[in-house]
Design a protein around this ligand. Structure first.
Ligand SMILES: CCCCCCCCCC(=O)SCCNC(=O)CCNC(=O)[C@H](O)C(C)(C)COP(=O)(O)OP(=O)(O)OC[C@H]1O[C@@H](n2cnc3c(N)ncnc32)[C@H](O)[C@@H]1OP(=O)(O)O
Length: 220
């Protein structure tokens, strides 16, 4: 049974609460392309065997770009507002480390609603390696946490992870398509119970459950 004796107001407009908000549809294609290129750059740096002259030249080039691009940064906590084809809208953090569209360190993870679930297909490259050829357990937990949080947001109310329980059932491979899915399993007052799993070729490699607690949002 769903009991909601202590409701938290549904999110209306975060800009009214003092957040910087950008519309996902208005993010320049050039920014998204840059993010993707930098993602590739970081992967290349992590594995390069180039000679020292090439490394030194690349470092100078990157330093110059960092100075140019870092000149006028968006405020920390900038939110991105997205309207999906089915009409529902959601907020996320623009530079969220797991799914922020402007964060090159985030894998290309797009959690979309699929009936009562949120779901994504994602392939993690060598940047997310822990044991040889396998995804780092912290990143497995991070993927699950993001999916669990996204599922919880289907209530329309913001929530934070209070408790996360992860079971690593099989090694999760690098460089292979993974499916991440999550859904709400129950609610009780401000608590939202959610479950998620990661599958490779249909086999569950990791599963997680979480207690998300709905919170009031304010910009301090
Ligand atoms: C589209 C958007 C997608 C967004 C995806 C984002 C995904 C990322 C999600 C995250 O990573 S969030 C970041 C990590 N989490 C945090 O930083 C949370 C840190 N903890 C807190 O801020 C507070 O502990 C918390 C808000 C979770 C709870 O504090 P409250 O003071 O609001 O709760 P309170 O103590 O009044 O308890 C409310 C209910 O929650 C329960 N509760 C609190 N902590 C719990 C806990 N740790 N485990 C289980 N239940 C817990 C508590 O028992 C109680 O249950 P009852 O209603 O039955 O009385």
């Amino acid at each position: 049974m769903t009991v909601d004796a202590q409701p938290i107001a549904k999110l209306s407009d975060l800009s009214d609460l003092g957040f910087a908000v950008v519309e996902h549809s208005e993010l320049p294609a050039e920014l998204l392309d840059l993010v993707d290129q930098v993602r590739g750059l970081v992967h290349a740096v992590a594995r390069t065997q180039a000679d020292t002259a090439v490394l030194a030249g690349a470092a100078r080039t990157v330093a110059a770009l960092t100075e140019q691009l870092g000149a006028d940064p968006r405020p920390l906590g900038t939110m991105v507002h997205r309207t999906w084809p089915d009409g529902h809208t959601e907020y996320g953090t623009l530079s969220n480390i797991v799914a922020g569209p402007a964060n090159p360190l985030a894998p290309p993870l797009e959690l979309v609603r699929d009936g009562e679930e949120v779901r994504a297909e994602v392939t993690l490259n060598g940047l997310y390696e822990g044991p040889p050829g396998l995804v780092h357990g912290g990143w497995v937990a991070a993927l699950l946490d993001q999916a669990l949080g996204s599922a919880s947001s289907m209530t329309g109310r913001p929530s934070l992870t209070a408790n996360l329980d992860v079971n690593y059932r099989k090694p999760t491979p690098i460089g292979a398509e993974l499916t991440v899915a999550a859904r709400i399993t129950g609610t009780e007052r401000r608590k939202v119970f959610v479950s998620a799993e990661i599958r490779h070729h249909g086999v569950v490699t990791a599963e997680g459950t979480a207690v998300m607690v709905q919170v009031a949002v304010s910009r301090s």
